[in-house]
Structure formats: C-alpha cells, structure tokens
Write a protein that binds this ligand. Structure first.
Ligand SMILES: NC(=O)c1ccc[n+]([C@@H]2O[C@H](COP(=O)([O-])OP(=O)(O)OC[C@H]3O[C@@H](n4cnc5c(N)ncnc54)[C@H](O)[C@@H]3O)[C@@H](O)[C@H]2O)c1
Length: 352
C-alpha cells in the first residue's frame, strides 16, 4: 500500500521556482524522505491540530525539512503532534503573537487553517465571525507587511442555493446562507483584493468534504462520511444525519494535501485565478453505504436528517466543476470512492 501512496505523492516533477511575486491580474502515509526537495521553505500552519493540519505538516516536513514547518493551534497538542515536529501555541486572534511568530521564524508561507466549520458555525455565529473573518484581516496584513505567501482554503460552502449545483463552476453567483459560507466568500474577496492591490501572493482552493483516515473532522456537514466508518466498525450501526440522496463533492485527504502543495508550488504566472474549485468525486450517503457493504455485510444504517445540516447540504454544490484547476496547473485526483473506502476500511479494521 505504501508503494501506491508513494506514487500518489510523487511531486518531483514540479517546478522549484519560488512563488513570492505575482504579475497576475487576472500522515504518516506521506512523510517519507523520498519527497524531500532542495527547496528550503519555512511554513507556519494555523489551526494545525484539526482534521487537515497534521497531515499537511508531515508532508511538508518530508518535503522542505522537519524543522522548517511550524505547526500552531489554540488547543493542547497531542503526543503525536509534539513528536512529529515543532509546535507553538497560537490564538489567531492574537495578532501580535501571530506576527512575532512569522518574523522570528522567517516564515515564507502561512497556511491559514484555523476556522469554525459549517455546522459548528451555525451554533456559534460570533465565534465564527471572529475566527473566520477577523483572523483573516490579521493574516492578510501580516503577510502583506512581511511579503509572505498566504494560503487560505475556501469551501463548497462558498456557494448557496442560487448557484447552479450540478455542476458548480468557479465563477457563478455566490450567495451562501451560512456564516461559514459568508466568511469564505469574504476571505476569497479580501485575499484577491490584497493580491491585486499589494501584490500579495494569495491563493485559495475551494475544498469539498474531506475524508481522512487518521484524524476526525471538526464540525462540518460532510463529517458523516468519516464517522460512519468508525461507528460501523465499532457497533455495526450508524445513524446518518443527512438524507440518503444528499449528493455532495468529496475528496480523500492525501489527494487534498498533494493537490494543495502542487498548487502552491506552481509559478504564479501559470495561474489564471487566485481561487480554484477542487474536487475528486461526488456521492451520497446511500452510495457510500453500498460501497462499504461488501466489507461490512451486516451493517445497519438509518437516516435521521439533522435540520441544520440537511438544510446546509441542500444548498451546496452536488458536483463541483474543477476543470480550470485541472487545465491550469495539472490537478488530478487519485482516489475514487472505492479507493477511499478500501483505505478507510483497512484503517478501522486495524484498530479493532
Ligand atoms: N475538513 C473539511 O472537510 C474542509 C472542507 C472545506 C474547507 N476546509 C477548510 O480547511 C481548513 C482546515 O479545516 P479542518 O477540517 O482541519 O478544520 P477543523 O475544524 O478540524 O480544525 C480547525 C482548527 O482551528 C483551531 N482553532 C479554532 N480557533 C482558533 C483560534 N482562535 N486560534 C487558532 N486556532 C484555532 C481549532 O483548534 C482546530 O484545531 C479550514 O479553513 C476549513 O474551512 C475544510
């Protein structure tokens, strides 16, 4: 299996060009030394103890050097996070400390992951405004002042029910009705404004729901697609908080890491947009259950839609059009539904 992953993570044909100036108007599965490059880039990751952060840190440590990647979060680090490399406590609302860490560590790239996700945001709107909107203002200013590349992921949540849902292109009406979605549109527009106005190297990818085998999701509407594996492995039963026909775009975390790093290493002059849609496959809970059933023939799944999460899901893209990313910088996903299911099943069965 590692050989397969090694192939998926091979980025050696990517350009090594530094990506600081823009003429643009317009897990452990992957921490192998094979991916080390001669690029010495100092990277600070905020919100690094969430679903995505540690996999990104491990991959980047294999690529740019272990000591060059600084993982930060407001939470207590786990043993695993501490063992993996450098960690500092950072509340992203503390702009002075944020700036000090960037300066002291001679940071070249900030990956701004701190966020309150879709479902959680609806039950804590003020916190979502603080973290998803106010911290973006700070990080934009810090990166502008110190000429640091800035990556902030966006989301399918940046679209609402008035956008075409199948497929949803990069450029269409963006009128989300969640605070999470509103904050992601705000972030995209602020980042693009700073890029145009100040030449900041701002980049963003709109992620679909991310499925991960080593970390748990943090309060999103697509979380069922991870929870179901753990619940079925433990109890053979799962109550799904979305209807069985709720089709949403999804992507496996190793693809997300590999694609994002490829995007960040693409010379800016090759990019035609600051923000791109990114996806792998679309499926609904029933299709996921059908793909899991050969591995768990006795599994029992019921559908008890949560009113908040179901309402959100009903307004989101069903099929994401990421053809611009595929054309402009060579994005391609490796994991389809069957591949993801196989890795997830192997993982949860190995835990028994
Ligand atoms: N996971 C997904 O399916 C998905 C999909 C689309 C976009 N994204 C985006 O990717 C990024 C990372 O997502 P994730 O799934 O890892 O999120 P997560 O919810 O799992 O983790 C977010 C992290 O932010 C941290 N955080 C919260 N408040 C903070 C503060 N004041 N200071 C510093 N850190 C703080 C939390 O402690 C947590 O570790 C987010 O911007 C998210 O919007 C994720």
């Amino acid at each position: 299996m590692l050989t397969k992953f090694a192939r998926y993570f091979n980025l050696t044909n990517l350009s090594r060009i530094s990506v600081r100036t823009l003429p643009c108007s317009s897990s452990n599965l992957n921490s192998k030394a094979d991916y080390t490059t001669n690029v010495q880039k100092n990277v600070l990751i905020t919100g690094g103890l969430g679903q995505l952060g540690l996999d990104f840190a491990n991959f980047l440590r294999g690529r740019y050097g272990r000591d060059n990647i600084l993982l930060t979060d407001i939470k207590q680090p786990t043993e695993e996070a501490l063992k993996s490399g450098r960690f500092e406590h950072l509340d992203v609302l503390d702009a002075r400390r944020f700036e000090a860490l960037v300066v002291e560590n001679r940071i070249d790239l900030v990956i701004h992951f701190s966020a309150i996700l879709s479902a959680l945001g609806e039950s804590n709107v003020q916190k979502a405004i603080d973290i998803n909107i106010h911290s973006v203002h700070s990080v934009l200013e810090i990166c502008r002042k110190h000429k640091v590349q800035l990556y902030c992921p966006s989301s399918i949540a940046a679209f609402g029910s008035t956008a075409p849902r199948n497929p949803t292109p990069d450029f269409t009406v963006q009128r989300p009705r969640t605070i999470y979605g509103v904050s992601k549109v705000h972030m995209e527009l602020m980042g693009e404004y700073y890029a145009e106005k100040y030449g900041l190297d701002f980049r963003s990818l709109r992620y679909p729901g991310i499925i991960s085998s080593d970390s748990m999701p943090g309060g999103g509407t697509t979380d069922y697609a991870v929870h179901i594996f753990y619940e079925i492995a433990a109890r053979n039963k799962y109550s799904c908080f979305l209807r069985e026909d709720s089709t949403l775009p999804m992507m496996f975390l190793p693809d997300c890491v590999r694609g994002t790093v490829k995007f960040l290493e693409t010379p800016r002059e090759k990019l035609k947009q600051y923000t791109y849609n990114l996806t792998a496959v679309s499926f609904n809970p029933k299709q996921l259950v059908d793909a899991m059933r050969p591995h768990f023939p006795q599994m029992e799944v019921t559908y008890e839609p949560d009113p908040v999460k179901q309402t959100i899901a009903d307004t989101w893209p069903q099929v994401f059009d990421d053809s611009n990313a595929r054309r402009d910088w060579g994005w391609n996903h490796k994991f389809g539904l069957e591949d993801m299911v196989q890795v997830m099943v192997d993982k949860v069965k190995s835990m028994k």
